[in-house]
Design a protein around this ligand. Sequence first.
Ligand code: PSU
Ligand code: MN
Length: 303
Amino acid sequence: MLNIAQHVRDALSCGNAVVALESTIISHGMPFPQNLQTAMEVEAIVKANGAIPATIAILDGVPCIGLNSEQLGRLARLGTKAQKTARRDIPAIVAAGGNGATTVSATMFFASKVGIPVFVTGGIGGVHRHGEQTMDISSDLTELGRNSVAVISAGVKSILDIPRTLEFLETQGVTVAAYKTNEFPAFFTEVSGCKVPCRLDSPEECAKLIHSSLSLNLGTGMLIAVPIPKEYAASGNLIESAIQRALEEAEKKRVIGNASTPFLLARVNELTGGASLTASILFIHQYFFAHMIVYATVKFVST
Ligand code: PSU
Ligand code: MN
C-alpha cells in the first residue's frame, strides 16, 4: 500500500540519514510557483547537509514516501485541489484513489511506519484559540503523543493558543525542547511567554535527547523548536500585528475546523501585502539551515 522511493529505500536500508518533509505546506501553504521552488530548495538544503529528503504525500491513492521532481511538480500545481490530509483523512483518500497533501500528523504516521526518525517542518498545528469550547485541537498533537518521530519545527504560530498547546503536549507525554532559548518560539517571533521544560544548546545535545527517547523505546514523539533568527525579528513583529487582525476577521466570519489555519495564513499574507509569504519562505529556509545543523549529528550520536 506504500510506495517508498528507491533512493529513500536505499538510504534506510544502509542506515543513512533520512529526513521526512510534509506536503500540506506545498499545497495549502503558498501559491504556485513559490511552493514548488520552496519545496525544491528545502530538499536541496537537506541534501547539502548529508541527508536524504523524503517528502510525503498521497498520489492517486498511493502514499508516497519520497517524491521525485515530477511528482513534486504535480503536487505543487494541484495546490489546494490536493486534499489537506490529516491522519483521519488517510483511508478516504486512499480508497478514492485521490491526491492528498499530508499534514504533520499524517506525515508523522507514514514516517514512523517506514522508520524515519526525524521530520523537519515550519509551523505545526496546535490547540486553536477557544479550543476549550470548540475542541479544535490539531491531530498533530495527538500524533506526537503516539509516534516516536522527532519533529523539528519553528514552533507554533500565534494564530493558535500556545499555552494550551503546550499543556496538551504535556498531557500527551510529548518531550518538548527549544534550541538555544528558554522560551517556546511562535514561528514569526522568538517569544511566546511560555517556558519550555528542556533547553538544548548544541546539535550534540539534540542528538542525545532524540537518542535517549528512541533507546528507551518511549513510543512518544518529540518536538524540538528552533526560533526565528534574530535578524528577522522586526519583520516577524509586523506580521504578528496582522495575525491579530486576521483572528478577529475569522471570528466574525465564523471560519472553523480545518479551514481555519489556511484562512488565517492566507489573510495574514493579504494584510501584509505578501510580506508574510515572503517572510515565511525566507524563514523556512533559515529554519532548515538551523534544523539541519541539529540533524547533522543525530545519526552520529545514535550509532
Ligand atoms: N501551521 C502553520 N503552517 C502550516 C500548517 C500549520 O503555521 O502549513 C499546516 C501543517 O500541515 C499542519 C496543519 O500539520 O496545517 C495543521 O492543520 P489543523 O490545524 O487543521 O490540524
Ligand atoms: Mn482542527
